[in-house]
Design a protein around this ligand. Structure first.
Ligand SMILES: NC(=O)C1=CN([C@@H]2O[C@H](COP(=O)(O)OP(=O)(O)OC[C@H]3O[C@@H](n4cnc5c(N)ncnc54)[C@H](O)[C@@H]3O)[C@@H](O)[C@H]2O)C=CC1
Ligand SMILES: O=C(O)[C@@H]1CCC=N1
Length: 274
């Protein structure tokens, strides 16, 4: 297995698979990529596309199968891959980005289809498409050190990686960074709507909301201060920010809602496991 330049089969190139694909293609040393998705056009010379597992050429054996289908589609996809790859599947590992589905349950699917395969999991997010992703990562004990390193490095090529020691912690990762971009996009939507409500033109509203979130994000990314300090630096005593935060930080507002939202995502992740 070539760890420096692995070959991957990306199964599912929808919103998350497509975001990872964009990230890898823009990375310094893109892996060799085959995409398997009946909805993906075969119009880009930088990777090959097959619509079904049966179309994977016998000359191609991936090091890593990156599984990026919906959780409910996992079994069909794994079964078709095991059957089509035959004995070649024995040298592949599965890197799943599916919410919820455990390494054990995915490994069972492969075994039931006729081939034991090690399973590793990553929980990425859509900012991987612009090289600014955040992924949680877990390698099951069945994966070799080389497979774990390759998968870790694949995710590192498209953003940051946090390795978790306990697989169940990926549910929390999902509620924080996997789903998290949606919380930020919601904030952008709501700020934009508020700006329009109070009289600004739509274009200005959009720019103000987006640039504010981008600027705050860059500060969080580049400055050493913690988020609380950065917030306090904006908040003049008895000023406008204090007035706004008295609404958002009210006991039953964000301090209650945000942890509850994360817990709802964690619970849903556990439900998707079965
Ligand atoms: N959307 C997101 O922000 C994130 C999604 N995920 C996970 O990524 C997975 C995919 O989610 P999305 O990309 O949002 O869904 P999606 O519906 O946009 O993409 C799924 C893709 O899988 C393809 N597909 C379905 N069955 C297939 C099969 N048998 N063979 C090949 N391709 C097949 C579909 O054609 C589709 O393009 C989910 O399991 C989700 O939990 C993880 C982190 C973030
Ligand atoms: O909503 C979902 O289930 C997926 C997992 C994390 C982000 N999107």
């Amino acid at each position: 297995m070539a760890s420096s330049h692995p070959s991957i089969l990306l199964v599912g190139s929808g919103k998350m698979g497509g975001a990872m694909l964009d990230g890898w293609l823009a990375s310094k040393t893109p892996p060799k990529i085959f995409v398997m998705d009946r909805h993906k056009a075969n119009d880009d010379a930088r990777f090959s596309v097959v619509k079904t597992a049966e179309e994977i050429p016998s000359s191609f054996t991936p090091d890593i199968i990156v599984l990026a289908v919906k959780p409910a589609a996992a079994e069909t996809a794994i079964t078709s891959l095991v059957k089509a790859l035959g004995s070649r599947a024995s040298s592949c590992a599965i890197l799943s980005v599916l919410a919820g589905k455990t390494c054990l349950s995915l490994a069972e699917m492969a075994k039931n289809a006729g081939q034991a395969m090690p399973v590793l999991r990553a929980m990425p997010n859509t900012p991987t498409s612009v090289g600014a992703g955040m992924s949680g990562f877990f390698a099951s004990p069945e994966a070799s050190k080389t497979q774990a390193q390759i998968c870790h490095d694949l995710m590192l090529a498209i953003g940051e990686v946090v390795t978790v020691d306990k697989e169940e912690d990926l549910a929390t990762v999902t509620g924080i960074s996997g789903s998290g971009p949606a919380y930020v996009f919601l904030l952008a939507e709501l700020l934009e709507k508020a700006a329009v409500k109070y009289g600004l033109p739509a274009d200005s509203a959009r720019r103000l909301a987006r640039a504010t979130i981008y600027g705050a994000g860059r500060m969080l990314q580049t400055l050493p201060e913690d988020a609380e300090t950065l917030r306090k630096n904006v908040t003049s005593p008895n000023g406008t920010t204090a007035a706004a935060l008295s609404v958002l930080m009210e006991e039953n507002a964000w301090p209650k809602n945000v942890p509850e939202a994360v817990q709802a995502a964690r619970k849903r992740s556990d439900e998707l496991a079965s």
